[in-house]
Design a binder for this molecule. Structure first.
Ligand code: OAD
Length: 223
């Protein structure tokens, strides 16, 4: 069976990474357009680099949780593609081998002029850290107002999937939130989120609970 898994910040919440829009989420303490847009980076690159340095340091200190692990286990039985909005590497660390990052990756940096120059980057990223082209490096993150280069590949995966599992996303950010529209009418959708943004239908099964309990339940159903 072909399974597409769409994940958002909620899948990593129980690893200790804050979501964006829950109360006490990241966008409560930070102005999104200041830290996650090309204009914000142009205005205050130091503050933007520091915001992502904090996120990167935190990521290196946390571990995948039961939800990431259950999704990795699903690969033993089915053809699984994870399509994540998350910039962490917790799916990979849990063992998933087929992960599409729609919004970039925190452990990579790229040239702020030539976006094809991408480097692995685990330490802090500072002003003065330059690419081979001698330009400032920036986080390899898709910021608001920027293209989402992986969206077409992701849409094709969703189109072919027999089952779609959606975990921990408020479905507020496009084009990611629109991916589910590509699903074929015969597919089944499982939606796992303690505060689900869509309701149950014949085709959509909603699990109103945390990822660490809901995802293993769905994985069990698909065995
Ligand atoms: P949000 O913060 O918008 O939504 C998080 C979702 O996770 C909510 O629906 C919560 O109910 C749910 N949630 C919280 N705890 C959970 C748990 N333990 N288990 C399961 N679900 C839980 O995060 P996203 O939808 O991922 O983009 O946000 C999408 C994009 O907006 C992000 O990729 C980011 C942000 O701006 C960029 O930075 C480019």
């Amino acid at each position: 069976m072909k399974i597409a898994v769409l994940t958002g910040a909620g899948v990593s919440a129980e690893s200790g990474i804050k979501t964006f829009r829950d109360s006490d989420g990241l966008w409560e303490g930070h102005d999104v357009m200041e830290v996650a847009s090309p204009e914000g980076f142009a205005r205050n690159p130091k503050a933007v680099l520091e915001f992502y340095n904090q996120r990167r340091r935190q990521l290196l200190a946390v571990q995948p949780n039961a939800a990431h692990k259950a999704l990795a286990g699903l690969e033993k039985m089915h053809e699984v593609t994870i399509i994540t909005q998350n910039v962490d590497d917790l799916h990979e660390r849990a063992g998933s081998t087929n992960v599409i990052h729609l919004h970039g990756e925190l452990l990579k940096a790229r040239c702020s002029v030539n976006e094809n120059l991408v480097l692995d980057w685990k330490q802090d990223l500072n002003l003065g850290d330059l690419s081979d082209g001698n330009h400032q490096l920036r986080p390899h993150i898709v910021w608001f107002g920027e293209m989402v280069p992986m969206i077409e590949v992701a849409a094709e995966v969703v189109e072919k999937a027999d089952v779609i599992i959606i975990v921990g996303t408020s479905m507020q950010v496009y084009p990611a939130a629109g991916l589910v529209q590509y699903s074929k009418p015969s597919s089944t959708i499982y939606f796992i989120d303690p505060n689900p943004s869509i309701s149950e239908t014949k085709r959509i099964k909603v699990f109103s609970e945390k990822a660490s309990t809901g995802v293993p339940k769905v994985v069990e159903l698909l065995k």
